[in-house]
Design a protein around this ligand. Structure first.
Ligand SMILES: Cc1cc2nc3c(=O)[nH]c(=O)nc-3n(C[C@H](O)[C@H](O)[C@H](O)COP(=O)(O)OP(=O)(O)OC[C@H]3O[C@@H](n4cnc5c(N)ncnc54)[C@H](O)[C@@H]3O)c2cc1C
Length: 471
């Protein structure tokens, strides 16, 4: 079945691609292309329904910048849509092509080019675990990484992700100059490499591969610390919530992770259920090992128990509490209870009251999962009580009702049930990102359909989507 607006790739073009990329790296069989066209979009029952039939016409695996330049030139010459693919762990269908054409897998471009002095420069397909291990060997560590770090690529993280483990101190990738420099390839008959430095590089951050191809990334690192992993549990939700919140705002205690789960969410973490008692609310922490005893004492004075500690080990190895945090919480939840789905939220200063309101209105339907992150840079930064609460999915209308209620009581939502970029920050001004798109993608070939408001380009599925929550 061909979806509306599907762009085919001719046999002549397939032969041309094979002549320089290697025929084995040009995938044309239906099953192969289907696999390389999909990500974790099924996380959302809404996206699963909308996106299941979409795929590229052809997939190309690329291992060098030289070959990528040639693929791009062919795409520009023949007017073929180009959708980039890293490890495809994106969970909003970011790398599902909506208009056929080419899906270009860049996980083969995975060399670390330079590491030292608190900076790492690498190719876009480099996995985050590789970066973290290499950085640690030199006394540094990543400032933040997603819970998918074992698989995810740095290019995919910058283009499709936000932050994760480490964000409690360093914020998202947008903050504190973490992205030092990006080199971006334009999609033209004669592709150019644009060099974007410092704040200018943020124009290519979190844009779903719509405004240039990341071909080289330079990130700032943090000095490595020894991170103990600590589990704190208790029967009182209010006690656990206040303990976690107090720790979040205490900058004296170096932290890499601070995740909070309302009972029964921890019961979904099957492999590590022995780390905490059944029926309790649980907090997962990564703290500098010099502060583990202090955290234990604070927990005890709040009437909570430290139920497990995994001492720091080098290299870091399983079990990792972070494998159950951020959006991995959702993964474990769906495995345990298939009708669960999730939201991505930011609570206000009255977060305790907001949570109580949601729990009272949707008992058993809205389950709390908090992640703390420090958003913004330096003295201007703000500790944010965010998270990915779980929601028992029944209908889209009910999901919309819950999101509308969140908005009504001041809970911000980055809608994870839409593949449109702008739905992530509905009130965001995408002017700078769009300006880069005009420069890097003058033919409008990059991941077409993912921009809702880009002037002159209609999102192909508009009308097919429910107008929620902020459209
Ligand atoms: C279980 C689970 C947990 C997750 N946890 C987190 C989390 O903690 N934090 C977080 O931020 N995200 C999280 N995510 C989302 C996702 O895993 C991350 O954002 C991840 O970093 C994406 O990397 P990837 O290589 O898989 O990218 P992909 O999914 O392959 O791509 C993501 C987007 O980037 C584009 N892209 C890829 N490479 C390039 C390139 N070189 N140039 C331009 N565009 C490109 C793609 O077209 C796509 O739009 C999670 C997802 C899952 C399924």
């Amino acid at each position: 079945m061909r979806t509306p607006g599907f762009v085919e790739v001719s046999n002549e073009v397939i032969d041309e691609l094979g002549s320089f990329a290697g025929t084995e790296n040009v995938i044309t069989d239906t099953a192969g292309v289907e696999t390389l066209s999909k990500d974790y979009y099924w996380y959302s029952p809404v996206l699963l329904d909308r996106l299941k039939d979409y795929r590229a016409a052809v997939a190309v695996k690329v291992f060098s910048l030289d070959v990528l330049l040639q693929v791009v030139a062919v795409a520009a010459t023949h007017g073929l849509p180009v959708t980039l693919r890293g490890a495809a762990t994106g969970n909003y269908g970011q790398c599902i092509p909506l208009c056929g054409g080419l899906v270009v897998d860049v996980t083969g471009m995975d060399r670390i080019l330079e590491l030292g002095g608190g900076l790492v420069t690498c190719e876009p397909g480099t996995r985050l675990v590789t970066l973290e291990n290499a950085a640690r060997a030199g006394g540094w560590e990543l400032r933040s990484y997603p819970s998918t770090w074992m698989k995810a690529s740095v290019g995919g993280f910058i283009s499709g992700g936000t932050g994760g483990i480490g964000s409690v101190t360093w914020g998202t990738l947008r903050d504190n100059g973490t992205i030092r420099r990006l080199k971006v390839l334009t999609i033209e008959r004669e592709p150019r490499v644009l060099v974007l430095e410092e704040a200018d590089a943020l124009r290519a951050f979190h844009t779903y591969g719509t405004n240039g191809i990341l071909v080289e990334v330079t990130l700032r690192l943090a000095p490595a610390r020894r991170w103990d992993q600590v589990v704190v549990a208790g029967t009182s939700w209010a006690a656990l919530r206040d303990f976690a919140d107090g720790l979040a705002y205490d900058d004296r205690v170096p932290k890499r992770l601070l995740s909070v789960f309302e009972d029964p969410v921890p019961s979904y973490f099957k492999p590590i259920r022995k780390f905490f008692p059944e029926g309790q609310h649980v907090c997962f922490l990564e703290v500098d090992d010099a502060f583990t005893a202090e955290v234990g004492a604070r927990a005890a004075s709040a009437g909570l128990d430290v139920t497990h500690v995994i001492p720091h080990a080098e290299p870091r190895r399983a079990p990792m509490l972070s494998d159950y945090t951020w959006n991995h919480t959702t993964l474990w939840a769906i495995k345990a209870v298939p009708e669960l789905t999730y939201l991505q939220v930011g609570f206000g200063d009255n977060f305790a009251e907001q949570i109580d309101l949601l729990k009272a209105r949707y008992p058993g339907e809205f389950l709390v999962h908090l992640e703390y992150m420090r958003i913004g840079s330096g003295a201007q930064s703000l500790m944010v009580r965010g998270g990915a609460p779980l929601v028992r999915f029944t209908t889209e209308a009910r999901l919309k009702e819950i999101m509308d209620y969140c908005a009504e009581i001041g809970v911000g939502i980055a809608n994870p049930h839409s593949c449109y970029l702008e739905d992530f920050h509905p009130k965001g001004d995408y002017g700078r990102e769009y300006a880069l798109k005009r420069e890097a993608d003058p033919l409008g070939l990059m991941n077409p359909g993912k921009l809702r408001r880009f002037p002159g380009v209609a999102a192909p599925m508009d009308g097919a989507w429910p107008a929620f929550p902020f459209a």
